[in-house]
Design a protein around this ligand. Structure first.
Ligand code: ATP
Ligand code: MG
Length: 329
């Protein structure tokens, strides 16, 4: 096994709100290996972005706080770093791409100035060298007519092109980890696939690990080596991507798989949304948070919270009934 690049251990990130304490990330542990593609999947509000923002050191405090746990990158615990130290790590060792690039791009600066600005902050390139590198990066992300595009402003580009620019910016300093938080959700399906292919290509070329965050388990099949499924602030199942598709062992993973179109499903197979609602994080039910929506639930599930435990090599599941759970049951 290759060495872990990122080690998240017992992370708890909570928010104090008027409605009560939101345990957005509640005792989450996972590792991302050097160069691997790891997917974090779950429905809206389950804590995916809060996990990503915790890694980036961007949790707004107040109302949020990392209340316990460690986030190690190359053996250094990021939760212990000062604001300045963390800022140096963002953009050089870890970069992040957000869902809507317009919010991350500056509307009044040309693409060239934004790219070279990012390069100047994190490297000691001269202006000329930074501009050359900007051109190289725009070519790398497959934007045609690169020289013209560099002189343009964000609104002159399509959504897909803007997302390509974001990838170029994120990769400009060859980070060790690239986090893509719903980076393709706003795009149409064909463009989504192109952008995911591109992220996979550029990260593979530079040995960068990729953390893909998405609510669509169907989309990550082709891209991720491993997948973690999150529900109400906790990881419920972690394993190899292939295994997750063929032999899911958590009822929530089964539900997610049945609710999205699959490349390998029979034509016309009906989709089945997960019954019930996402729980209110300020008022979680006792026991397993998924139990009110779970058709496998037994009495114990309503009283006790199952821990994420290894059920076979490389596979962890948090479910008392995992042995009887499956796609065809
Ligand atoms: N700044 C904040 N203040 C209060 N609560 C917050 C804040 N940011 C996130 N939360 C809460 O934390 C929980 C997890 O949110 P998060 O954004 O991580 O969800 P998500 O899994 O990324 O969902 P989505 O798929 O919709 O992006 C939610 O209940 C959300 O309301
Ligand atoms: Mg999110």
């Amino acid at each position: 096994m290759t060495e872990s690049l990122l080690k998240v251990e017992n992370l708890r990130t909570h928010f104090r709100t008027d409605g009560g304490l939101v345990k957005a990330v509640d005792d989450v542990s996972f590792e991302v290996q050097q160069g691997e593609t790891f997917a974090l999947v779950g429905e809206s509000g389950c804590g995916k972005s809060v996990t990503a923002l915790s890694i980036m050191g961007l949790i707004p405090n107040p109302p949020g706080e990392i209340v316990s746990g460690k986030i190690e990158l190359d053996g250094v615990d990021l939760t212990q770093l000062s604001f300045g130290e963390m800022r140096a790590i963002r953009g050089s060792k870890i970069a992040m791409i957000f869902q809507e690039p317009m919010t991350s791009l500056n509307p009044v600066l040309t693409i060239e100035s934004q790219l070279s600005e990012a390069l100047k902050i994190h490297t000691d390139l001269s202006k000329k060298a930074a501009n050359d590198r900007a051109l190289e990066l725009i070519n790398m992300v497959g934007i045609a007519d690169a020289r013209t595009r560099l002189k343009q402003y964000p609104h002159q580009l399509s959504g897909g092109q803007r997302q390509r620019v974001m990838i170029a910016m994120a990769m400009s300093c060859t980070p060790k980890l690239l986090i893509a938080d719903e980076a393709t959700t706003a795009l149409d399906v064909t463009i989504q696939a192109q952008i995911l292919d591109l992220m996979k290509d550029v990260t593979e070329q530079s040995g960068t690990a990729l953390l893909i965050i998405t609510h669509n388990l169907g989309i990550v099949a082709r891209y991720a080596n491993r997948v973690a499924v999150m529900y109400a602030g906790k990881l419920r199942e972690v394993g190899e991507a292939v295994d997750m598709y063929t032999e899911p062992r958590h009822p929530y993973t089964v539900g997610l798989l049945r609710s999205v179109p699959r490349l390998d499903s029979e034509k016309g197979a009906p989709l089945a949304p997960i019954a019930g609602e996402i729980p209110d994080l300020t008022n979680l039910p006792g026991g397993c948070a998924f139990s009110p929506r779970c058709r496998w639930a037994v009495d114990r599930c309503f009283a006790e919270n199952p821990l994420l435990e290894e059920t076979s090599p490389g596979k962890k599941v948090a479910c008392f009934e995992h042995a009887s759970v499956g796609l065809n049951v």
